[in-house]
Design a protein around this ligand. Sequence first.
Ligand SMILES: [Zn+2]
Ligand SMILES: [Zn+2]
Length: 294
Amino acid sequence: MTRVAHADTPPQSGWDIHCHTVYSDGTETPETLVAEAVRRGLHGVAIADHDTTAGWQEAEQAATRMSMPLLRGTEITAVDDGVSVHMLGLQYDPENEGIRELFAMTRRARLRRTRRMVEMIAKDYPITWDDVLAQTKQGERTTIGRPHIADALVAAGVYPTRSDAFAGAVSASSRYYIPTPSPSAADVVSAVSAAGGVSIVAHAGDPGRNRVLLSDTQIERLAKAGLGGLEVWHRGNPLEQRERLLTLAHRLDLLVTGGSDWHGAGKPNALGENLTADATVEEIIRRGCLPAIR
Ligand SMILES: [Zn+2]
Ligand SMILES: [Zn+2]
């Protein structure tokens, strides 16, 4: 394994390898992502929508047309000992059966969970599963979840707005709530490795997302299982967490990455506000199984 020396300060130029588009919860198309990357003078960009590869092709076409280097990735929601973890899986084979099955299992488990929540809510409110389905726009391709239950409750006149539904029956503290089922972080690490890709823990030290963060021991366990790196340069990681993660990365020989977590107009994060060094991206490309788009 080639070691990559990591500087202890955020890179001032390089790639933004953590970006979302309309294929998950971003507001812009992959094409706009690539055009923005060109405009901002980035060395390259990665598409990393939540739990899907649906935007890859569009991103590839745009990157080729605009000569913007591109990595292909997915931000995969996982759980490790009760701690919710976001993992970036990069440069893996999207046709790999193991990773396809992992995504399919998650979709099935989430569908069962949402149906179960609707069954419970339907005992007290005038909505049915069909009413919830009627709120989805992309049919089968949509991950049906709480926003659609909320919209069905609004359509039934129970709440005036989606936010009111989220503060009521659909809230995470309501008695109808069931947590989102997710694969274990170790399973994601092995699935991404088996599919020829590199896995990175996203915003690993963000106390705004997790009351309890992944411990050093947990990260060490994932490193032994084949984890590739830690996203250190991310607006959610406070200074002391960046220092902890850098120390861990040195000790466990993990790559250090950065990304904006851009969502277009969906979040204040600016494209390129955090970057990954060129040498680190070269190493990700070397370890991954997809040809780089340059
Ligand atoms: Zn995330
Ligand atoms: Zn993200």
